[in-house]
Design a protein around this ligand. Structure first.
Ligand code: PMP
Length: 387
């Protein structure tokens, strides 16, 4: 239960309940509440007021292929990508979705031929994002089917490969692994932002997915966007969303636009006078850096666990040289512990085990994005675990 959607409530952990003196620490979902503090500091700068007479129509811009895309949201997406330098927007169609989750499904619909004799195989290199198999096979489509780990895919027929970079769950920087001539790629770039990883070049792929959930942290707005090169693919993705939900909430798009504008403004106006606000990506980078330092220190000392190592790279956006500091920690239990999820659960730390990501139970994925208090409690609890 609660495995399909990252932010769904878990049936096992009660994060705010005292239990025999020890609090549950629920880091199973990637709920980005870490960002709350920054947005509180911003006060009313991102407050949106919408009157009853606004946004009544289903339509936003009937001249656009994606006719339910709010022009203000589209403009802001382009501005932010240009500023950060993490994706090419020229020559791309923007398709907005109810989270990148809806866009993933729209992309599968758009990329599969409607009249193939058998469903298209969908693969991703393990460990892969645990929702991909669930989302792919949920409705038992005749168009596509989940075919598992891309490393093990050898059939010589068309396929779709999901390339998630940095990857959820392990933070690795990725490229396609199958590399057959008729392969179709979806690049899920939810975490290609400078608080998580050095931005070394603007991503320039056929179909790229982004989301406010992991950029500004507003998962509850349910807004994602796709940058799509091929016009027919953009049209079919729009058609999917039309039939699925007749468009995407305008209220949410307007709110997301306001928030992403504030992100861009904060980075554009570094240190200019009394109204100075900390640049969003500085705030979030510093917080991620601090958390990774805290976690690595405890893991090194414990010798019960290990974490992946990343190489240092230069970030063209911030000018910093740093190692990827992912939104999730991919923790491995060393030694005899065979099931890391069960082991941590015995210490009331709730995580997601490796089998959900197509690998061994020795691994767990731990969210690095909870509120400060929960993260500090987690590090403290982990430091108390002895073999
Ligand atoms: N892709 C990846 C790799 C993710 O980790 C997530 C969220 N955990 C999503 C997509 C879905 O994001 P959204 O909230 O925009 O649906």
């Amino acid at each position: 239960k609660g495995k399909l959607v990252e932010t769904a409530s878990s049936s096992v952990a009660r994060s705010d309940v005292e239990d025999g003196g020890q609090r549950d620490i629920n880091l199973d979902h990637g709920d980005p509440t870490m960002y709350e503090r920054f947005w509180k500091q911003m006060g009313d700068k991102t407050t949106v007021v919408i009157s009853g007479s606004q946004y009544i129509s289903y339509f936003s811009d009937i001249t656009n292929i994606c006719w339910f895309l709010e022009p203000e949201f589209a403009k802001t997406v382009i501005r932010l990508h240009k500023l950060v330098g993490n994706a090419i927007t020229e020559g791309r169609h923007i398709v907005v979705g109810t989270g990148s989750t809806q866009l993933y499904q729209a992309a599968l619909y758009a990329l599969c031929p409607p009249d193939a004799s058998e469903p298209m195989s969908v693969v991703s290199a393990a460990p892969f994002y645990s929702s991909y198999p669930l989302m792919t096979d949920f409705l038992k489509s005749g168009l596509f089917k989940w075919a598992g780990d891309a490393h093990k895919f050898s059939q010589d027929r068309p396929y779709i490969e999901l390339v998630t970079s940095p990857n959820n769950p392990d933070g690795s920087t990725r490229k396609p692994v199958v590399n057959q001539k008729d392969g179709i790629l979806i690049h899920d770039l939810a975490y290609y932002w400078p608080q998580y990883t050095p931005i070394n070049s603007p991503a320039d792929h056929e179909l790229m997915l982004f989301t406010v959930s992991k950029s500004s942290g507003h998962a509850g707005a349910r807004i994602g966007w796709a940058l799509v090169k091929d016009q027919e693919v953009a049209r079919k993705m729009t058609e999917f969303i039309e039939i699925n939900t007749i468009g995407v909430s305008k209220d949410s798009q307007v709110r997301a636009a306001k928030i992403l504008q504030a992100v861009a403004d904060s980075c554009d106006r570094v240190g200019t006078g009394p109204e100075e606000v900390q640049p969003f990506f500085d705030h979030s980078y510093i917080l991620m850096e601090k958390r990774w330092n805290q976690l690595r220190a405890v893991v090194e000392k414990s010798r019960l666990f290990s974490l992946p190592n990343f190489s240092t790279a230069h970030c063209n956006f911030s000018g910093r040289n740093f190692e990827t500091q992912p939104a999730f920690a991919w923790l491995k239990c060393e030694g005899e512990i065979e099931d890391c999820e069960i082991f941590l659960r015995s210490h009331q730390i709730f995580t997601r085990g490796g089998e959900h990501f197509g690998v061994s139970r020795k691994y767990v994925r731990i969210s690095m994005l909870p509120r400060d208090e929960m993260f500090d409690l987690f590090v403290e609890r982990l430091s108390e675990i002895r073999s």
